[in-house]
Design a protein around this ligand. Structure first.
Ligand code: SAM
Length: 210
């Protein structure tokens, strides 16, 4: 029922909330308009300034949108009361998020060595409201999944929202599924949520490291 009522990304957020702790290091592999980045920040940032979100996107427009959303979020009264009242200034909040204009296949180049990453999240496809021709591809998504696999700590999660309604989307889902299906049972729990009566709805893939 929750899947029918909520957007796929909100369902992914519910799962993240069960996995994440305050102070965690997480990666938003596809920042886009920043909604996932902000959701992650709220889950990992604590009062003493621990918790980090490393965000990346190949489009500067996306990183600008993410940065603006972070700015807006701090001025929202509701959020201020709820959470950001514990962080004294905008600059402090922004320090918790590091944004990089790179392909996610290069995520290991921008994270400090031996970072204990608990979540790598992908929201694949194109930037909503942006250029639909600039899109994630099976090849770089697979490279990014390999990089994520190496960086994740025990108990960590690789989360993917995969869109199948655009050209190439179905192939990308197949690539993600093949990657997850090939992981060893002892080390990984791999599952997928799919709406059977809505064949074009986004598919969620969750890859937990045991
Ligand atoms: N998470 C976002 C949000 O909350 O608004 C939505 C992400 S949007 C569906 C997908 C994003 O992936 C686009 O902004 C696109 O530029 C980005 N992207 C495409 N290929 C990429 C790549 N190889 N590395 C990093 N980002 C990429």
């Amino acid at each position: 029922y929750i899947f029918g009522k909520k957007k796929a990304t909100e369902v992914a957020h519910l799962v993240w909330r069960h996995v994440l702790h305050k102070g965690d290091i997480v990666i938003d592999a596809t920042c886009g308009n920043g909604y996932d980045t902000v959701a992650m920040l709220k889950m990992v940032a604590d009062e003493s300034g621990h918790g980090r979100v490393y965000g990346m996107d190949i489009q500067t427009e996306a990183l600008e949108n993410t940065s603006s959303l972070l700015d807006e979020t701090v001025t929202q009264k509701e959020v201020l009361l709820d959470f950001f009242s514990t962080l004294s200034s905008l600059s402090q909040k922004k320090e918790l998020v590091k944004l990089f204009p790179i392909c996610h296949s290069r995520m290991d180049e921008v994270l400090p060595e031996n970072s204990a990453v608990r979540l790598v999240a992908f929201n694949l496809g194109y930037l909503p409201g942006g250029d639909k021709g600039i899109i994630t591809t099976s090849k770089t998504t697979l490279l990014a999944l390999e990089a994520s696999k190496k960086m994740l700590i025990l108990g960590g999660l690789i989360s993917l929202v995969v869109y199948v309604g655009h050209p190439g989307g179905r192939e990308e889902l197949e690539t993600v599924e093949a990657f997850a299906s090939g992981l060893c049972v002892d080390g990984w729990i791999c599952c997928k949520f799919q709406m059977l009566n809505r064949p074009l709805a986004p598919v969620l893939v969750f890859i937990f490291k045991r």
